[in-house]
Design a binder for this molecule. Structure first.
Ligand code: AMP
Ligand code: MG
Length: 415
């Protein structure tokens, strides 16, 4: 059963400022990227999430030799007019050893899955397809020449292009590279990202929070997300709401980090020092986006260090990390700045929305295969992130979503 959705009337974007539309914000973020170039050779085993700095080619074929796909008997397929009776020899060919046995015409040899197809044979009959404890068998007509074998190089041939530079390696890619003997890879060095939280109300996980304080939820969320995207993170801790502390924290990391991700202090309030510093001493690229949640998101450079200033609210910080930070980091790390992967799905909710801003609703697929949204849009509702499996994106022009409308769903897993 889905809970009743009860969404309060919208608060519109404050007047008197330019609220950058999401597509324009993404274009601005993309335009200021200077990709990291430093290359490193690492073991393929350790390369998960890294971005290739060169095109990669197969070093050997996979499989390197033709081999059996089943447990059975290998034989040379009889030509037209030849006898179809095959006599079983006493040998067994298993995987991991080159077969030295010479198999003659009309002979069949026991072979185990993965065992190299011995010279003189070309076909394997499944062991279940012949009688047990027989000394010979007749090749059934249903069996075709070459059956039950995996041919040398049928997956990849030595020298074949596997991936182009800029490709981000995934678990399955590590398997492919290893199978074709690519045991080391040239990659762009992982990004070194400093992560800090700002706020006088915040308490670290090694202290007990008083009831007027809150635990810092953002750092464990942001740091673990960045790690899962393949980056190195440096925990810069909590910075109090103080311009000097923030400035010195940033400056002390000059030359050590590729960028800093901050949460909190991004709005225009008295104690919002991240946006203040970006406006006063930084090169501001972007501030104030027509997005919900996450409108205070800002990005700019301080002393040449890129600063991605996420909102303090964990929900808004998470959404901005997915929508703005993820493509920026992919691109900074030498990959591509790409749109999140999404698909259209039937909505099981209705909603009236203001034109002119993009909204991301915490959502999940219901048992009927349509999409449902969390009962509240409050961006302090951290539990909504755990409740949901993705976001529904409602573009600027959308004003009225009805039950049954097709909406865009962005699964978290695809970020
Ligand atoms: P700010 O953007 O700094 O005004 O923060 C907005 C609100 O987000 C604060 O009032 C807190 O309730 C919450 N918040 C900010 N930073 C964090 C954090 N690191 N962990 C949990 N909640 C936070
Ligand atoms: Mg704050």
């Amino acid at each position: 059963m889905t809970e009743k959705v009860n969404i309060k009337e919208e608060i519109s974007l404050p007047k008197g400022f330019y609220w950058t539309p999401v597509p324009e914000a993404l274009a601005k973020l993309k335009s200021c990227i200077v990709p990291k170039k430093t290359e490193k050779k690492i073991k393929t085993f350790d390369s998960m999430g890294c971005i290739l700095s060169r095109n990669l080619f197969a070093q050997r074929s996979s499989p390197p030799l033709s081999n059996s796909a089943v447990d059975g008997f290998a034989f040379r397929y009889p030509k037209n007019g030849e006898s179809r009776i095959i006599k079983i020899t006493s040998h067994t060919i298993g995987p991991g050893k080159f077969p030295s046995e010479k198999i003659s015409k009309g002979e069949g040899v026991k072979i185990l899955t993965g065992g190299p197809i011995p010279p003189g044979t070309d076909t394997v009959i499944l062991k279940e397809d012949i009688l047990k404890q027989t000394s010979n068998f007749e090749v059934p007509t249903k069996i075709k020449k070459g059956e039950n074998t995996r041919n040398e190089g049928e997956d990849k041939k030595a020298g074949e292009l596997l991936f182009k530079r800029g490709h981000k390696l995934r678990s399955q890619d590590l398997a492919l590279l290893t199978s074709v003997g690519v045991l080391d890879v040239n990659v762009v060095e992982r990004l070194n990202i400093g992560v800090l939280s700002t706020g006088d109300e915040l308490v670290d996980d090694n202290k007990r929070a008083e009831n007027f304080q809150i635990y810092d939820s953002n750092r464990p969320m942001i740091i673990s997300k960045l790690e899962s995207w393949g980056h190195n993170t440096f925990d810069l801790g909590i910075v109090r709401d103080c311009e000097e502390s923030l400035k010195s924290k940033i400056k002390s990391n000059k030359g050590k980090l590729d960028l800093i991700v901050a949460t909190g202090g991004a709005s225009a309030g008295d104690r919002d020092f991240v946006s203040k510093l970006l406006n006063s001493e930084g090169d501001l690229v972007l501030w104030r986006v027509a997005i919900k949640p996450g409108r205070p998101f800002a990005m700019g450079f301080i002393e040449g260090i890129p600063i991605y200033s996420l909102p303090g609210n964990p929900v808004a910080a998470f959404v901005c990390a997915l929508i703005f930070l993820k493509p920026s980091l992919d691109s900074l790390a030498g990959g591509t700045f790409s749109e999140p992967k999404s698909f259209l799905i039937k909505s099981n909710f209705s909603k009236l929305k203001k034109k002119g801003r993009t909204e991301f609703l915490r959502a999940r697929i219901d048992p009927m295969g349509s999409v449902e949204i969390f009962k509240s849009e409050g961006s302090g509702r951290i539990s909504s992130l755990s409740w949901s499996d993705g976001l529904v994106e409602l573009g600027e022009d959308v004003t009225n979503v009805k039950v049954g409308s097709m909406v865009k769903f962005l699964p978290y897993e695809l970020f």
